[in-house]
Design a protein around this ligand. Structure first.
Ligand code: 5AD
Ligand code: SF4
Length: 436
């Protein structure tokens, strides 16, 4: 039988990257082989993101271009998966009739039906009650670092966010399934796991999130544990102490602030004030010296005044994040914020974004500069695709900073080495191996 090929392109967050590993696993289990060229594919899958309008536009322009693939080869099947699929559902096929299948994030396993030609309908958008028990085959992208889902969905309904509508209600995986997966990864040679959930602090299954971290700490082979994303409202002392006390848990937390104005935080339905957030940062730093804290900010939320924006800038100055993702507010379908009065014009959003980035760049430079001369533990990673310079090795510190160092001795991906930081740059540190 002729080899069947699939082309898979991923947009969006780590959650989608992980889902794509499962999509690849399911298709390969059905005998498909991956191709990097959509022209050679029998099945084209887009795993899409709808978090902001820009992410949607990126996908739709891609989809427009793929139309010709179908003209050239009417046999090719096109499947749209992920968050846009769930959000737009049937509208997608009305808009782009050359699309064959629409699969929501809870229906990855249905790719097997598509592969076998047994898919009874073009749509798979239902809730999947077995999502947390599913053990789908998976084709992981990297051999050192692995993403592991611990929970799916979100119950927070931040007023700007589409995720509760695309990924459904929050559900946690049983801890024994997670431990089994992590133990297998350790045995396969993986050294680092990043636990994934929209709000890992509200993990609740047969144990709490800090208890889960303690159990994962026992998994042989795994040397580093990370997690994303934490919601400030659920970050309790027990997690702070877990970060302090559990040896493999790395000293980094991504803790989205979103705004420095408590008035805007209330409109965002974030359920904390700026002062409460600041207090958590203080406690983290008091208990875990050297912890790296990164964050997300949205500028130009509806009704955000110059004074609210000033509070965000002041917050960035006083906290001093190690890194920041900053976004212009983008109205999303179904969300509460979309319906608010007082939307901000794009020019103001752009100007505010620029001010945020300027302050952040100064913070990043200042914090990284302090690392010069110090010696840090670096886990050597596989080179990024297309960046295979044999004279250097790259890896990350426990605080998640990228380190590039001239190769020395027989250093391999997966090794943990001590590196002296000789020069700090904004997005990476230049080091030299101090001790292997
Ligand atoms: N507009 C702009 N940014 C958004 N985010 C989520 N929804 C929106 C939106 N509608 C940002 C938040 C979140 C990150 C993943 O994306 O900062 O933490
Ligand atoms: Fe990820 Fe949210 Fe984008 Fe969905 S909408 S892919 S959950 S960032």
């Amino acid at each position: 039988m002729k080899t069947r090929r699939y082309y898979l392109e991923t947009f969006g967050c780590q959650m989608n990257v992980r889902d794509s590993e499962k999509m690849a696993g399911v298709l390969e289990h059905e005998g498909y082989v991956r191709t990097d060229d959509p022209k050679h594919a029998d099945l084209i899958v887009f795993n899409t993101c709808s978090i902001r309008e820009k992410a949607e536009q990126k996908f739709f322009s891609k989809l427009g271009r793929i139309k010709s693939a179908k003209k050239r080869n009417p046999q090719v099947k096109i499947a749209i998966a992920g968050c846009i699929a769930q959000q737009d559902g049937k509208k997608l096929i009305q808009r782009s009739p050359y699309v064959d299948y629409i699969l929501g994030p809870q229906n990855i396993f249905r790719l097997a039906d598509i592969a076998r030609g047994d898919m009874p309908s073009p749509y798979a958008l239902e809730e999947n009650p077995h999502l947390t028990e599913d053990d789908l085959p998976s084709r992981r992208l990297d051999g050192i670092k692995a993403w592991v889902n611990i929970m799916y969905g979100c119950n927070n309904f931040c007023s700007y966010c589409v995720v509760p509508f695309t990924r459904g209600r929050e559900r946690s995986r049983p801890s024994r399934d997670i431990i089994k997966e992590v133990s297998e990864l350790g045995a396969q040679g993986y050294r680092e796991v990043t636990l994934l959930g929209q709000n890992v602090n509200s993990y609740s299954s047969d144990c709490s999130f800090p208890e889960l971290l303690r159990k994962i700490n026992e998994c042989t082979g795994i040397e580093r544990i990370r997690f994303v994303t934490s919601h400030p409202k659920d970050l309790g002392d027990d997690l702070i102490y877990a970060l302090r006390d559990i040896p493999k848990v790395c000293e980094h937390i991504h803790l989205p602030l979103q705004s420095g104005s408590s008035r805007i935080l209330a409109l965002m339905n974030r359920k904390y004030t700026y002062d409460e957030y600041y207090e958590k940062v203080r406690k983290l730093r008091e208990n875990i010296p050297g912890i790296a804290i990164t964050s997300d900010i949205i500028v130009g939320f509806p009704q955000e005044t110059d004074d609210d924006h000033r509070r965000t800038l002041d917050a960035l100055e006083s906290i001093g994040f190690d890194g920041l993702y900053a976004f212009k507010y983008s109205p999303r379908p179904h969300t509460h914020a979309e319906k608010l009065d007082g939307h901000i014009d794009d020019e103001t959003k752009s100007a505010r974004l620029e001010e945020v980035l300027k302050i952040q760049n100064r913070s990043t430079d200042r914090i990284n500069k302090r690392l010069e001369g110090g010696v840090l533990e670096v886990l050597i990673e596989n080179p990024e695709p297309g960046q295979n310079d044999p004279s250097v090795v790259t890896g990350r510190t426990r605080t998640n900073k990228v380190v590039i160092s001239p190769r020395s001795g027989d250093i391999q991906p997966g090794d943990r080495v001590m590196v002296r930081i000789v020069r700090a740059r904004r997005h990476s540190l230049i080091g030299e191996i101090a001790q292997t």
